[in-house]
Design a protein around this ligand. Structure first.
Ligand code: AMP
Ligand code: MG
Length: 700
């Protein structure tokens, strides 16, 4: 059994929940091929029903088979239908309930309908749980008040589903009875609207474009609890995970889930296959968190060489973001999570590379004459007839070659009287013609994950007919400055204060790198405040860049706080500029504590954060291209550390900023790149070759 689209709905029995996303509202999530869209919040049933109707319509029009799951019972314990309406047909019951339920965003009559149903039964019940202030005839407030109504308490499905609530309970924590009463009318209307193209499980064979099934997200509760991201509502996450898991299941496994004995009670998809479902859900998890010791590096008295520090990051970091499906024009700058296969050949058909005349080649040496056929072939307006041997046809650039044509002569090389053409050969067969698929073949992998999509890639993907790609979600990068001395540029500052330069700079850098920048502002040198900022930041960032306070001094609160998590690694790196780099995890979110000094902050961001963020965004470790160029400066460098000079390329030579003072921010702006001098001692004389890395090669 195969479906293209999986739509999971977490229903609600209550009233309108307002415009801001809340739990206990309706959440809907669609997935295809193991990838879910963002869950959508629906404030009430009316909004949800319209949305689902439109969704199903769109999918059907696009020729995609949909499996839509709803998290409430599709039927009642056996015997309920025949006792109430003299029929075991579940759809007759759906219609009966639909005819009686009144529903609006503010109010509905579910308790009255339940009371009216109870009146058909002897004794008291089976429905209970009047949640209103007023009493309702025949509807007891407590389950224990019921007796002699003759109905079983649970469906066979609830007997097997541990923790599932009976359909009779209308209110109280976990009650599902109201959801059923308020859900079946919607299902009934959707069913009527899409008949005969819709089938309901397990009452009918699912051989229609749309299948409606009953789900129970609690079957994957463990996977949900283990992966719900901070700040996301559980109901939203569970529809996402279930949609994703079901859409990733191989079709034979899905068929197993759907294979149940006939029943008029309805059933729960996945009962008896909990392990399979949990497995499918857990392989769909967002990437697992990084390990607490991922930054731990043996630190002795020695300073760590830059290459070793980079190698450590490269070995211990990995992707921390989930995947999503994007339209082509959102894809530029993103990291592909799946290879892309050409949807069709490019060019799709043989066509002309020039404006001229097409014929069957080759044309021999000497004068060639062809009679012209009536008509022409233009781009988008091909000639549909045959061009007989001995004839030529007027053809324009990009036009398909008509049958009988494989060669084109340039119009500038041709004399014509309007009825025939002549030109001087020779002309090889296939001249000025493009073969079908000579650029890209249908089904060919034209880009491989994890490629960073360039504007040129976007053009190629479009040419190959690609409308959507699977990419990693944009990495969310928090940027925080710390220090009591910092003020906001543009505001008044005393002589003892300085303007925060790092945060605007790091924000601009991360934006250039294509990430979502989360500006975390400035923090004073005060641990509780920094702690509160970090706590909040980890709910909305995948990684945090801080600057200042990264050393081991009295006011170095960032390293002290990370120390407290047990994950701090204070890296003493043998490089200039740079002081220690404080790395750690705050609530599982990696924190890069960069030096406060702006020159060191920027250089450390380029050397360490740039490749590290790329890996966390799903990409590969990036080693920037560099060029060996003659120096326009002299310098003596000590052994034992790597040095980066602010530099720029002028007239074939590399100049270095005259001052190496690490407080000189202006030098960063003066420079167009860095000169990298490796760890050995070295004397650079003017004209010696040095390694120059343009900022552009660091993605700036
Ligand atoms: P710290 O690492 O906090 O000891 O800071 C080292 C030096 O960098 C000090 O002179 C700070 O004033 C300066 N500094 C720290 N943060 C910033 C910032 N965001 N903008 C400009 N300078 C800073
Ligand atoms: Mg400071």
């Amino acid at each position: 059994m195969t479906f293209d689209t999986f739509l999971m709905v977490d229903w609600s029995g209550g009233n309108d929940r307002g415009p801001t996303p809340k739990k206990d509202a309706i959440w809907v999530c669609a997935a295809r091929g193991g990838l879910a869209d963002e869950p959508v919040y629906m404030r009430n049933r009316q909004v949800a029903e319209d949305w689902i109707f439109e969704f199903l319509k769109t999918e059907k029009a696009a020729g995609r088979r949909v499996l839509a799951g709803f998290d409430f019972a599709f039927g009642y314990p056996a015997g309920f239908g025949s006792a109430l309406i003299d029929s075991d047909d579940p759809f007759a019951l759906w219609q009966w309930i639909t005819d009686r339920i009144e529903d609006s965003p503010k109010a509905n009559n579910r308790f009255d309908v339940a009371g009216a149903i109870n009146a058909h039964f002897g004794g008291i019940g089976p429905f209970w749980g009047n949640g209103l202030g007023r009493d309702i005839a025949h509807l007891p407030r407590k389950g224990l008040d019921r007796r002699d109504h003759g109905m079983r308490e649970k469906r066979a499905a609830e007997e097997r589903a541990k923790g599932a609530f009976p359909v009779w309970q209308l209110s109280g924590a976990g009650a599902v009875g109201s959801q059923v009463l308020m859900g079946l009318p919607t299902l009934n209307r959707l069913r009527q609207a899409f008949l005969p193209d819709l089938a309901v499980w397990p009452f009918e064979p699912l051989d229609k474009p749309i299948a409606i099934v009953e789900i129970w997200p609690s079957l994957i509760a463990k996977a949900v609890a283990a992966t719900v991201p901070a700040g996301r509502i559980k109901d939203a996450h569970q529809v996402l995970l279930l949609a994703q898991a079901l859409s990733a299941l191989p079709s034979d496994q899905l068929s197993q889930l759907l294979d149940v004995a006939p029943t008029s009670e309805g059933s729960i998809l996945g009962l008896g296959h909990e392990a399979m479902l949990a497995e499918a859900a857990s392989t769909q998890l967002a990437p697992p968190p990084l390990k607490n010791d991922c930054f731990a590096m043996p630190q002795g008295a020695h300073w760590t060489p830059v290459a070793e520090a980079q190698e450590h990051l490269r070995a211990h970091l990995r992707c921390v973001v989930a995947k999503e499906v994007l339209s082509l024009n959102q894809a530029s700058g993103r990291v592909l999570a799946q290879d892309v296969l050409a949807q069709r050949a490019h060019p799709p058909a043989p066509n002309s590379a020039v404006d001229g005349y097409g014929f069957a080649g080759p044309a021999p040496n000497g004068v060639n004459r062809f009679a012209l056929v009536d008509g022409r072939s233009a781009a988008g307006d091909p000639f549909n007839g045959d061009v007989p041997s001995g004839y030529a046809i007027r053809i324009l650039t990009g036009a398909n070659l008509p049958r009988g044509v494989d060669t084109v002569v340039l119009q500038e090389d041709v004399s014509t009287n309007g009825h025939e053409i002549s030109f001087h050969g020779p002309l090889k067969r296939g001249a000025n013609a493009r073969a079908a698929g000579e650029d890209m073949q249908h089904g060919q992998a034209i880009l491989h994950a994890p490629r960073l999509v360039t504007p040129a890639d976007t053009g190629m993907l479009a040419a190959a007919g690609i409308g959507e790609v699977t990419a990693y979600k944009r990495l969310r990068v928090g940027v925080l400055s710390t220090g009591d001395e910092l003020r906001e540029a543009g505001q008044v500052a005393t002589a003892g204060q300085i303007y925060d330069a790092n945060r605007p700079m790091l924000c601009a850098m991360t934006a250039r790198w294509g990430y979502d920048v989360v500006d975390l502002g400035r923090a004073p040198d005060d641990r509780p405040t920094i702690k509160a900022i970090l706590d909040d930041a980890t709910t909305r960032c995948d990684v945090i860049l801080t600057s200042g306070g990264a050393s081991a001094g009295d006011e170095d609160h960032m390293s002290a706080l990370l120390e407290g998590t047990g994950s701090l690694a204070l890296w003493r790196i043998a490089m200039k500029p740079g002081r220690p780099l404080a790395l750690g995890l705050w609530n599982n979110t990696p924190v890069f504590g960069l030096p406060g000094n702006p020159v060191a902050a920027m250089v450390c961001a380029l050397i360490f954060a740039h490749p590290a963020l790329r890996v966390m965004a799903g990409g590969t470790w990036a080693v920037p291209e560099s060029y060996m160029l003659p120096a326009a400066f002299n310098k003596n460098k000590k052994e034992g550390r790597r040095e980066y000079l602010r530099a720029r390329y002028v007239d074939g030579q590399v100049e270095a900023f005259p001052s190496e003072g690490s407080g000189r921010v202006s030098g960063l702006s003066w420079a167009t790149g860095l000169v990298e001098l490796d760890d050995k001692a070295r004397t650079v004389a003017s004209g010696d070759l040095v390694r120059f890395i343009p900022f552009a090669n660091y993605g700036l």
